[in-house]
Write a protein that binds this ligand. Sequence first.
Ligand code: B3K
Ligand code: ZN
Length: 881
Amino acid sequence: MRTETPAPVRLEDYRPPRFEIDTVALDIKLAPRATRVGARLTIRRAADTPAGEPLVLDGDELSLVSLALDGQILAADRYRATPSRLEIDDVPDGPFVLDIETRLDPDANTKLMGLYRSNGTYCTQCEAEGFRRITYFLDRPDCLAVYTTRIEARASEAPLLLGNGNPVEQGEVPGTDRHYAIWHDPHPKPSYLFALVAGDLACVSDRFTTAEGRDVALNIYVEHGNEANCGWAMDSLKRSMHWDEEVFGRCYDLDVFNIVAVSDFNMGAMENKGLNIFNDKYVLADPDTATDQDYAGIEAVIAHEYFHNWTGNRITCRDWFQLCLKEGLTVFRDQEFSADMRSRAVKRISDVRLLKSHQFPEDAGPLAHPVRPRLYHEINNFYTATVYEKGAEVVRMLKTVLGGEDFRKGMDLFFARHDGEATTIEAFLACFAQASGRSLDQFALWYEQAGTPSLRIDSAYDASGKRLTLTVKQQTPPTPKQADKPALHIPLRVGLMGPDGTELSPSSISGAETTGDVVHITAPLQKVVFHDVMDRPVPSLLRGFSAPVTLKSNLDDTELLFLAANDTDPFNRWEALQSVIFKTLIDQTSAGPRQQRLDIDPRLVAAIEATMADERLEPAFRALCLQLPGDADIAREIGNDVDPDAIHFARSQMRSGLADALGPMLKQTYDNMSNAAPYSPEAASAGRRALKNVLLDYLGQGQGGASGDLVGRQFEQADNMTDRLAALTVLVHARLPGHEEALAAFADRHARTPLAMDKWFMVQATAPGEETLAAVKALTGHPAFSPANPNRVRALVGAFATGNQRQFNRLDGAGFDFVADFVLDLDTRNPQAAARLLSAFRSWRALEPERRARAKATLERMAQGTDLSPDVRDIVDRCLQ
Ligand code: B3K
Ligand code: ZN
């Protein structure tokens, strides 16, 4: 007997709430095992709700203590209360006051949704449907209310009491060892933005004066002893606040902005109004324990949550189908912020790499869904790369289609028109259509159609007519429940590179509408003609990755390498080089019996060498050019009948082949990048380390100039985590002499820093060798590992499942079984984390037949489970569909 799949929620079934809740006054008396929550709600029947219709509120695992309406205790026959629902008959039409008291057990809350304790600190997570685990409520994003929160706790247990909005009052509870604080949030908000924190935490403070003259107190709360590691987060926050004023004209709107870091958190962070709660991974940093990537991550996530204050909080989602309205838009905003803080080209390449490695496989497999889905079983499973990253690409395309000026006008109109509302993608797009005078009807399909569109572009130059013709075909592959799809509006940025490396400008373009260098592709097949092109050009297509599509063209390697050396668009320089590298790797993978040595086209070697030596290019960009695609990237490009062992072999061959061919130059550039300026997390300094560490990977694992000593030396001498971890990774993954000692030394040094130990777990979980699975199993028993902590789970089991193509997809199926069993066990405590981990199976159908059969058998075994959570049930069922 398998568990039943609950009925799905459908977009077309959306109806406005039957009742309105105007104010919420909470009185929360905290205790670890028995917290009392008093909720006083003022409620009105909505205009078109028939009199007599009962009031129905959501709950989840709730236990009701008492219920009163307008001050009168309700008789038991007036209502029906279950853990998941409260239904009350005969409520008045006009405003009435409902008093609900519930009892919670924060210590028993292992789902980390609702109110729970993390290392002794009380905290909450309410998005998407966690508020209903605190009290009965209309727990939906279109129910906006003004909240006042009184929080009470033992003063010794929780000297700090934080709520949403501004602090109003605090004091002792006479005759007890308890104290309280009252917070008021004047901005109406949905329940998913509710938060409270109570505990004994240290505080780092600063101030920010907004462009409107508001003096804002900024506080970051962390566990005692971590105060020194909040500087980067605070700096990132102030830069975010300033940037949103400059670029989007948005100022902060409360007197305090509080950030709390907790160590047990399902996601990265949460944008609760005025009280952001963060996974400590995205707050704490010092050079000894955080990598450059961690610093960049903190900057981005701090910005992302801050930017939500306008895109998400002031203007929120009408229903959860509209999640991309706040997430895609806010990711776009944080990407632009990081691009302005760092190198725009490097940021764009990194974002596209992430999109391709996370979102493209999702869009190509059984979990594919539109940026705005129309149906879900479990909303927590829709916080996906598609909603976030593809959602951000759609907003980026909107800007590309309209141009910067009209895009900003559209954003201004959106803020002006919808401030204080819960709204939809249609309403969002209507603002841009109105601001620009342009129809976005076809563009809107990007929100509706799943699957990565493919673009095939063939270029032909007619020397006598001085014309270049691009024949552009678009097609979006079928995805679950979507077979045939109409053509999309694809903004195609194009440049024409002349033989001397300068841009050629046509006198006119026909066959498509254009704005500047953007060609608007709107039909399944389009011939675009560039007139009066005086020389045979090499077309530079899809510049800046102007649309999230897969591009195939008839450019040959000579032309691609010409672009790699000459394109004025840095993104396409990188992309052209990558294309040639991919072709080489894919040819090698499919070459049949494994060749001992891979023949690399000398022109590719020369192109890589020229890139590496070009001092005009920033080191971070050169690092990206040199970095080979990962095993999973190669698998994605191959698309079907994937053999992870063959891919890994081809990649290793290519790395050593390049190391041999490039020889001493690698070492020389490594030395140049190694000069010992004091550590700084800023982009230029991080870029030098990035290049140095890509080179270290070649030097340590290639044959030519290979030097385990060099890697060992870097490990020992590193004065920062970035260099130490890079060396440790090479030592462990290549099993160089000394790797065991290095692992032991790392563990000794960082034993008391869980976030650093996560890196130690991750390095071992991603090692490609046969012995890894046994090592990972053993590490689940390591004292620094805890299956209850989502960061630890991600670092060990998550890294194994998503970052170790070879060992997760082992031919004997043991990788699948291990992850499946871990998921089933985790599911009994934290279904959301379990479901997320299980998504690692999403590409199983792309594997070669033997592995595919193993993966299927494992999923089918899981599907037989009798007590799966709805979260895991949803992923298993969709994977098998
Ligand atoms: N909005 C939160 C995500 C909440 C996830 C709920 N399962 C983080 C963010 O995107 O900013
Ligand atoms: Zn977000």
